[in-house]
Design a protein around this ligand. Structure first.
Ligand code: COA
Length: 416
């Protein structure tokens, strides 16, 4: 069985997290991803948050699997020549430099199109056109400017960023989707095109339920927010909603046995209307089934915090997995709060390739995430990340047809 993107060649000018997430996804699906890095230093993340001295950091390795690394200084003369030849031979150029950096290298979109009209040129920037288009952006700035931070956290606390890297990895995912769409379009048109995703836009796309709530606010209070049950008035903007479910089925995080010492002894519990009767029986409140104050979702709206307090009295008597074991057979949706330690040790995630152990020549064995998207006909595996410049000679020879002398000359000039 072949890999889905075999035959697609990506000129990967990405660095840090957002862009590399995108090109790693494409590489997992079989694209030949050629990561271009500055000679000597490479992607800054190679040396950031190091846990093993002199070895590529986990930050770098976990974002750059299945790629080949070529060193190239695109600001030297022969570096520019090599870069132009790579543009000629590749299908997609991906970059996430600060605005204007590729232009400053001497390769504006018009020139790229001239060199290769089939080229798809994909970029991540912090913002789209507008007042902030020239600004640099990192993960938490995107979370802050895309609507995530203002709607995350507790009502009486400050805006909060989430652990999920929705600004970086979230934008990378969007860009990968844009690239594959443009490749599909090229099949019919024969032409490349520009693909752009702004981190602010990607985060807002992921926060759309909060934009939904912003508009609902104009028509009255958000009755499914616990704030409503607590009698706290709503302001002008979508508020922070703690652990409210965000959907039509109320939910909350509840303490389980051992919560006093175990920071993750909690369960997310959803009072889905369809199984309300089962919930009442399970927590020892069968009388709520017929009580008009509790029997319907509408009657319960102003009592949500109090209902969860009662359910918590029950969950506190059990471990989080025991809650699951009792609730699941009754079709009650709930999920244990799993720590990174538990996830890294979970056998089923290893079995599906969602968590993978990789061996690396300088840092040894480590765990990483594998491709979360499973295709039935196109397998995906995880190959260790490349060392800096590991494939420079190989790529210059096989992709742009350079001989030993040209490679030596480029090396003498400091171009590779
Ligand atoms: N050869 C020669 N020069 C190279 C090069 C290479 N192979 N690779 C990078 N450079 C140069 C760039 O051309 C740029 O030079 P210039 O400023 O003279 O034009 C310079 O290196 C630095 O690039 P820059 O993108 O400004 O890096 P930074 O470390 O200062 O900023 C970010 C990092 C992430 C803030 C910035 O790249 C950015 O805002 N990117 C877009 C948003 C984004 O993706 N953010 C999330 C990152 S996880």
């Amino acid at each position: 069985m072949g890999k889905a993107l075999e035959g697609v060649r990506i000129l990967d000018m990405t660095h840090v997290q957002s862009g590399p997430t995108c090109t790693q996804l494409l590489a997992w699906f079989g694209a030949d991803v050629i990561k271009v890095e500055r000679p000597g230093s490479g992607d800054a993340t190679r040396g950031q948050l190091r846990d093993v001295p002199d070895a590529d950091s986990l930050y770098f390795t976990m974002l750059n699997h299945n790629k080949r690394s070529v060193t190239l200084n695109t600001k030297t003369e022969s570096g520019k020549q090599i870069f132009a030849k790579l543009i000629e031979e590749c299908d997609v150029l991906v970059e996430n430099f600060a605005p204007g950096a590729i232009d400053r290298m001497g390769f504006p979109w018009e020139k790229i199109q001239e060199i290769n009209p089939r080229m798809i040129y994909a970029s991540i920037k912090g913002f789209g056109p507008g007042p902030y288009e020239d600004c640099k952006v990192y993960e938490n700035i995107a979370q802050s400017t895309g609507g995530s931070a203002s709607t995350t956290g507790f009502l009486d606390g400050p805006p909060t960023v989430t652990g999920a890297q929705i600004g970086d990895s979230g934008t990378g995912l969007h860009l990968a989707f844009g690239i594959v769409t443009a490749l599909f379009h090229r099949e019919q048109s024969g032409k490349g095109q520009r693909v752009e995703v702004a981190m602010q836009d990607a985060v807002l796309n992921l926060c759309r339920v909060k934009l939904r709530d912003q508009q609902r606010l104009e028509h009255g209070p958000l009755t499914e927010y616990s704030q409503f049950g607590q009698g706290i008035e709503f302001g002008e903007a979508t508020p922070r909603a703690g652990n409210d479910s965000g959907g039509g089925q109320p939910g909350w995080i509840l303490k389980c046995k051992g919560w006093e010492t175990d920071p993750n002894a909690y369960v997310y519990f959803i009072t889905q209307a369809a199984v309300w009767g089962n919930i009442c029986d399970l927590i020892g409140k069968p009388e709520w089934k017929e009580d008009p104050d509790y029997a319907t979702p509408n009657a319960r709206l102003d009592k949500i915090p109090q209902i969860f307090d009662t359910i918590e009295e029950w969950t506190k008597t059990l471990g989080k997995f025991e809650v699951m074991a009792q609730a699941n057979p009754l079709n009650i949706p709930c999920g244990p709060i799993l720590s990174m330690k538990e996830l890294s040790e979970e056998p089923s995630l290893r079995a599906t390739g969602t968590v993978v152990e990789v061996d690396h020549p300088t840092r040894g064995k480590y765990l990483t995430v594998g491709n979360p998207v499973k295709l039935s006909e196109s397998p995906s595996d995880v190959v260790r990340s490349p060392l800096l410049g590991e494939h420079t000679d190989e790529i210059l020879k096989s992709v742009i047809g350079y001989g030993d002398e040209e490679i030596a000359a480029a090396r003498d000039e400091g171009a590779i």
